[in-house]
Design a protein around this ligand. Structure first.
Ligand SMILES: Nc1nc2c(ncn2[C@@H]2O[C@H](COP(=O)(O)OP(=O)(O)O)[C@@H](O)[C@H]2O)c(=O)[nH]1
Ligand SMILES: [Mg+2]
Length: 330
């Protein structure tokens, strides 16, 4: 392939891969088609895109004709950025306030419960990457929106919020854990041996909020006693800002991803939008994110970064590090 795809095209393709509905897929494909350089070398790709667009169009039409069967609304929020967190907690824990602090999203914040009915997504900036946070309605012993558990199961990680202004705060958090566990959705690390694959484990950070309130320190002791063996604990005041920068850093680090920048031969690297992949990824795993052709056809690569000399040629199974720059050759 010598189609010389632009970074904008590759970005659109990344989004296409993450798209979760036919509408999103179609929109991404249209962008990719608009961005593909129109010349001989890309004719095959153009034809492929056209076929995929007509398939996606059919899917969209089909979905319109046969609307969803009952079961309440369902929400699919396409993953964006370095990773997706689902923000969970009991009523009034401060979930929505947290999103208004860390992202540009503006969910309603209010002193009465159940203000948040629908999930809201926002992007948190961290250095040169973004992390997606999804605000959700509260989970209590009596109420859990039916769509929530599947959103938790597909998230990269969860943020469980505890209300330190309320004596029941720590126990409300336990209720969230228990309700999700009833539907085989577990907040916490995967056990070493997992026999029943219908159970899903989502790694979780616990955030104790409202440390500015009276007696918050006493309740924090309860939180530590109940949860410190199971979850990393971060203490904040979403209202007043305490602990927010530490939390921002922790949210990125907990995802355990690395950033890799790409460059084209003879050109400076594109340092504006890194690809992110799980720590420990190999060159070929990362290359597959850039373009699917790379996983089969990657011939060689040069790399600048950790543990290599500048421009060193490396093999497909070379393990990458944060901030490596790679030049991929087909
Ligand atoms: N004192 C104090 N109040 C907070 C803090 N965070 C949120 N609140 C208040 O708690 C109430 C519930 O917040 P909200 O974000 O709507 O909670 P949600 O139901 O979890 O989304 C609102 O009145 C917020 O202003 C905090 O850190 N300190
Ligand atoms: Mg809310």
């Amino acid at each position: 392939m010598a189609a010389n795809l632009t970074p904008q095209y590759l970005e659109a393709e990344q989004e296409y891969k993450k798209a979760q509905t036919p509408e999103e897929r179609l929109a991404c494909l249209k962008r990719m088609y608009a961005l593909v350089p129109k010349h001989k070398a890309s004719e095959k790709l153009q034809a492929e895109l056209k076929t995929k667009m007509s398939e996606a169009r059919e899917e969209v039409e089909h979905a319109k004709k046969s609307p969803k069967k009952g079961g309440g609304p369902s929400y699919k929020i396409p993953k964006q950025g370095a990773g997706q967190y689902i923000v969970l907690g009991g009523p009034n824990a401060g979930k929505s306030r947290l999103l208004t602090r860390l992202t540009r999203a503006a969910p309603e914040v209010a002193a009465y419960p159940f203000t948040t009915r629908e999930p809201h997504a926002g992007m948190m900036e961290w250095e040169d990457v973004k992390v997606q946070l999804i605000d959700t309605p509260p989970i209590t012993a009596d109420v859990m929106e039916p769509y929530l558990s599947s959103m938790v199961r597909s998230a990269d990680a969860a943020l469980l919020m505890v209300d330190l202004a309320d004596d029941d705060g720590p126990f409300s958090a336990q209720t969230v854990i228990d309700r999700l566990a009833e539907v085989k959705t577990h907040l916490g690390e995967k056990p070493e041996q997992q026999d029943d694959l219908t159970h899903v484990y989502v790694k979780t950070l616990l955030v104790a909020n409202k440390i500015d309130c009276d007696d918050a320190a006493v309740r924090l002791e309860v939180v530590r006693e109940l949860f410190e063996k199971k979850y990393p604990i971060h203490v904040i005041s979403a209202e007043h800002g305490q602990g927010m920068e530490d939390l921002r850093n922790a949210l990125y680090r907990f995802l355990n991803v690395i950033r890799v920048y790409t460059k084209q031969p003879g050109k400076p690297p594109d340092m504006t939008s890194p690809f992110t992949c799980p720590a420990g990824s190999t060159l070929v795993e990362m290359a597959a994110l850039v373009h699917r052709d790379f996983s089969a056809n990657l011939k060689s690569a040069r790399i600048w970064g950790t543990g290599v000399f500048d421009g060193q040629s490396v093999s497909r199974d070379h393990v990458l590090h944060d901030k490596d720059v790679v030049e991929l050759h087909l």
